[in-house]
Design a binder for this molecule. Structure first.
Ligand SMILES: *Cc1c(COP(=O)(O)O)cnc(C)c1O
Length: 214
């Protein structure tokens, strides 16, 4: 499956292999094939695995993050995809300053209509971006946006949601005028083909690679 997927992505989007609930040996199977970007959604679960795995793995934190856990991930993960509120952004900046580093993050936007899907609404996203423009977060680099589409068979709904996210991304890229605002994380096992058609630069894929989670 791995090589088929790499082929399907065709260099358009980077692959984050979502290894939540997977043991270290399954991760190593993909590592042996050359995969280096892995995604986890729970800090505690990730912490248990990380010491058993090669240090050149780039970890992506894709799940909701509590502010009191920020100190455990800063400096250890490559990219935090799930920054959905100001308080969290402030905390990441604070801990990164303490560590003397700059952390890469994505702002997670709410695009799905379902109430359950996490993410910042437009006004909260605007607040974070304008605070960043005012220089409030010198120890954070906002690399782009992340979003999850509705869980539905209706492709048009999914496509519409991805398109909305892409539009936010392009608008912010123009407004910020920064080359390093270049990451649009959208697309999972069920909808990555649509996401790529709609301009995704990074897909987060779990079950398609590892099989259905129990
Ligand atoms: C679990 C998860 C994924 C991967 O889901 P699959 O459907 O297994 O590919 C992607 N993004 C987030 C935020 C997730 O929690």
């Amino acid at each position: 499956m791995y090589s088929e997927l790499i082929h399907a992505l065709n260099g358009k989007a980077q692959l984050v292999a979502v290894s939540k609930t997977q043991p270290a040996d399954r991760i190593m199977q993909l590592y042996a094939l050359g995969q280096r970007d892995f995604g986890e959604n729970k800090v505690q679960e990730w912490e248990k695995k990380v010491d058993h795995l090669p240090s050149d793995i780039r970890w992506h934190l894709i799940g909701s993050l509590q502010t009191n856990k920020v100190k455990y991930v800063v400096g250890k993960v490559h990219l935090i995809h799930s920054v959905d509120r100001m308080k969290l952004l402030k905390e990441i900046n604070k801990e990164s300053a303490k560590a003397g580093i700059v952390s890469r993050i994505l702002i997670q936007c709410k695009i799905a209509r379902e109430e359950t899907k996490a993410g910042a609404d437009e006004s909260s996203m605007e607040q974070m971006i304008s605070a960043a423009e005012r220089g409030m977060f010198p120890n954070v680099e906002i690399k782009g946006l992340m979003g999850m589409a509705s869980f539905t068979e209706n492709e048009e709904v999914v496509r519409h949601e991805f398109r909305q996210l892409r539009a936010h991304f392009e608008r912010l890229k123009f407004r910020l005028g920064k080359e390093d605002f270049d990451t649009l994380s959208m697309g999972m096992s069920g909808d990555y083909r649509i996401a790529i058609e709609e301009g995704s630069t990074m897909v987060r894929i779990g079950s398609l690679l590892f099989g259905e989670r129990k």
